[in-house]
Design a protein around this ligand. Structure first.
Ligand SMILES: Cc1ncc(C[n+]2csc(CCOP(=O)(O)OP(=O)(O)O)c2C)c(N)n1
Ligand SMILES: [Mg+2]
Length: 677
């Protein structure tokens, strides 16, 4: 009989003893789950159990029975490898996450995947695992909180964002970028606890990080910092968190010194505790060190279970008080309240369809799609009062300003965020805006070529199904003189390869306006708009706009006999139209299909797709990038299989084989090949 099993019931325990028992329960649940799964990360949960416990039991305003209450505090486990810390804590708090789910850690179909995934596990606010992403998501969440608080008032939105981050998080550039921005914008509702354990996978941080004074770096960013010498000192943790809350103005980083894998006697303090099960013997030894019965697995002592009842009770009361405040506020401000409801549903104000502009070729024959995008944003801005976003220091170029809506700064909650030259942080913070809720539509913009700098965040926006918009301009080698470093060629293919990301590359101003409408109306995933720097003809055809939602459509049919189909996207559509005329002159009947979006086209019926791309007619794609992937639609491709060059844009396009003449020649060859075959 061990000390643990002979312990009396809750009422005989000093509160401090209950605290300790609860912290140790988290530790044991984590050890057991990782051991049972045969994989996972026990070290962080064991060491940081006191931090999670103190946060969830004493500070976090949350209601386990209602994980999506708008004014809840957010918690972000940026060091997602420590997922068992979160799962164990959520379970104890009474979230809908049964002990069986913990026992099915990392198994197919469980709600306890290796790293936390938003939308899968109740109480998990974001998907992270790529280090640093969660940290930067939290910055976006704090930005959303400030924006909404200043728009709707603190009766209805007034909360904090807490998080735990690790050495890896703080080595990653994305956390540095976003911390710099958070400091500049004085996002004082943001409080991170840094697991300073001196260990990463490769060994001690003396290998590559320990020279850096992280706290000093954060102070230089404009953060408040504090430190706790021993992660097991609950009183010190509470004091540091209280101090961070009182700080109010600056975001806070609390450096918590911990021992990874505590109290496993042989593996604590070593990388061996990071990412693999401790082993049966070491788990037993660790449980014994805690005074627990080593034969008990997935055990939650009754006093601990009952102790967490107050978390649910307090949470319910806090949410109840909020609901009352919200109801009173709604009565006093019915119009704002209706707007709030739509915003939290991710919907625009009524009148979006009428607000989307039409472009008349008679008025303006040529226009870049970035300019059309800017005009469109200005036109629908009134329908999206909580739209927040901006550019990574290229707003003059990407033309993504919401006119009249001001800049977001430390003193004003404007809609236009100046992300600075921080693409990666922009991406992750835009995801955070969406994750927070109430912001319709968060967006980020830069040159297409720099999407590489934020690709991890784009990928996660798709993985999480977030309704964000990525606006990438300067979308081809036609940008010209800036040269190959600034000329995307592989980027269309790279973005289309991301599952769940709707990529739209409109052919003219009208397709651009329609692309924005599609983007605004999509509530379950990200949309990426690829827009040109250079002017393009404004297409006069009546059905141009309607076609976009179908992803691909017949823009201009063959005059008589159909010999070949030219399929193009974006700026190459007008080249295809020109080629069509040339071909007609030579007696070849060509149809031009505008294909702004593969993803949207693929969602159409087989019948529709076959009507656009008949099986028995040769088809040719025309796009100013690598051909990778086009073979699923066409027989032949006109593409660019190299990097671009520094020269005027029209010349680069022509030199690289993207003139109407080249397209017509390739089309004739395709017709010949089809006859021979
Ligand atoms: C972007 C990214 N690179 C690499 C990894 C793989 N990885 C997971 S945890 C980790 C570092 C572990 O060190 P630390 O963050 O200090 O966590 P600790 O071991 O102290 O729990 C690495 C490299 C990752 N998850 N994300
Ligand atoms: Mg570490």
């Amino acid at each position: 009989m061990t000390a643990a099993t002979s312990r009396p019931t809750a009422e005989h325990h000093h509160p401090a003893a209950i605290d300790q028992m609860a912290v140790d329960t988290i530790r044991c649940l984590a050890m057991d789950a990782v051991q049972q799964a045969g994989s996972g990360h026990p070290g962080l949960p064991m060491a940081m159990a006191p931090v999670a416990y103190v946060l969830y039991r004493r500070f976090l305003r949350h209601d386990p029975t209602n994980p999506s209450w708008p004014d809840r505090d957010r918690f972000v486990l940026s060091a997602g490898h420590g997922s068992m810390l979160l799962y164990a804590t959520l379970h104890l708090c009474g979230y809908d996450l049964a002990l069986e789910e913990l026992a099915a850690f990392r198994q197919w179909g469980s709600r306890t995947p290796g790293h936390p995934e938003h939308g899968l596990t109740p109480g998990v606010e974001t998907t992270t695992g790529p280090l640093g992403q969660g940290f930067a998501n939290g910055v976006g969440m704090a930005l959303a909180e400030r924006f909404l608080r200043m728009r709707y008032g603190s009766e209805v939105i007034d909360h904090r964002v807490f998080g735990i981050c690790s050495d890896g998080d703080l080595m990653e550039g994305v956390s540095a970028e976003s911390a710099s921005l958070a400091g500049h914008l004085a996002l004082g509702r943001l409080i991170y606890l840094y697991d300073d354990n001196g260990i990463t996978i490769d060994g001690e941080t003396t290998l590559c990080f320990s020279t850096e004074d992280v706290a000093a770096r954060f102070r230089a960013y404009g953060w408040h910092t504090a430190s706790v010498d021993d992660a097991n000192d609950l009183a010190a943790l509470e004091a540091a968190i209280e101090e961070a809350i009182d700080e109010g103005e600056r975001p806070s980083l609390i450096v918590v010194h911990s021992v990874i894998g505590y109290p496993a006697p042989n593996k604590q303090g070593t990388p061996a505790a990071h990412g693999s099960p401790l082993g049966e013997d070491e788990v037993r030894a660790a449980k014994l060190a805690l005074g627990w019965d080593p034969d008990l697995h997935f055990h939650v002592p009754e006093p601990v279970r009952s102790a967490f009842a107050d978390v649910r009770e307090l949470g319910k009361r806090a949410r109840g008080r909020w609901s009352e405040r919200f109801a009173r506020w709604g009565e006093a401000h019915p119009a704002l309240a209706a707007e709030w409801e739509r915003a939290w549903a991710g919907r625009p104000e009524p009148g979006l369809a009428q607000a989307i502009p039409r472009f008349d070729a008679a008025e303006r024959a040529r226009m870049s799609t970035r300019a059309a995008g800017g005009t469109t944003m200005a036109a629908f801005a009134g329908q999206l009062p909580t739209m927040v976003g901006g550019s990574a220091d290229l707003v003059e170029s990407t033309k993504t300003t919401l006119p009249g809506r001001g800049s977001f700064s430390r003193t004003a909650a404007g809609s236009n965020v100046h992300w600075g030259v921080r693409e990666h942080a922009m991406g992750a913070a835009v995801n955070g805006l969406a994750l927070h809720g109430g912001i319709v539509k968060p967006f980020g913009s830069t040159f297409l070529v720099f999407s590489d700098y934020m690709r991890p965040a784009i990928r996660l926006s798709a993985l999480m199904g977030l309704p964000v918009v990525w606006v990438f301009t300067h979308d081809s080698v036609a940008v010209g003189e800036d040269g190959p470093t600034h000329q995307p060629v592989e980027h269309y293919a790279a973005l289309r390869a991301i599952p769940g990301l709707t990529v739209i590359r409109p052919a003219d101003a009208n397709e651009t306006a329609e692309a924005w409408r599609v983007a605004i109306e999509r509530v379950d995933g990200p949309v990426c708009l690829l827009l040109t720097r250079q002017d393009l003809p404004v297409l006069e055809l009546a059905h141009v706009r309607d076609g976009v939602a179908h992803g691909g459509y017949v823009l201009r049919g063959a005059p008589a006999r159909l010999d070949v189909v030219l399929v193009a996207s974006g700026s190459e559509v007008s080249i295809a139209l020109e080629a069509q005329e040339r071909l007609g002159g030579d007696g070849v009947g060509a149809r031009v299909v505008s294909m702004p979006s593969w993803q949207l086209f693929d969602q159409q019926s087989e019948r529709y797709r076959r009507a656009v791309l008949p099986r028995d007619v040769p088809a040719l794609s025309v796009e100013a990038g690598v051909a990778q992937g086009w073979s699923r639609y066409v027989d032949t491709t006109v593409s660019i299989e190299r990097f671009g060059a520094s020269a005027p844009g029209t010349q680069v396009m022509a030199e690289l084989g993207l003139s109407a003449c080249d397209v017509a020649r390739a089309a004739k060859q395709a017709v010949l090949d089809a006859v021979r075959a």
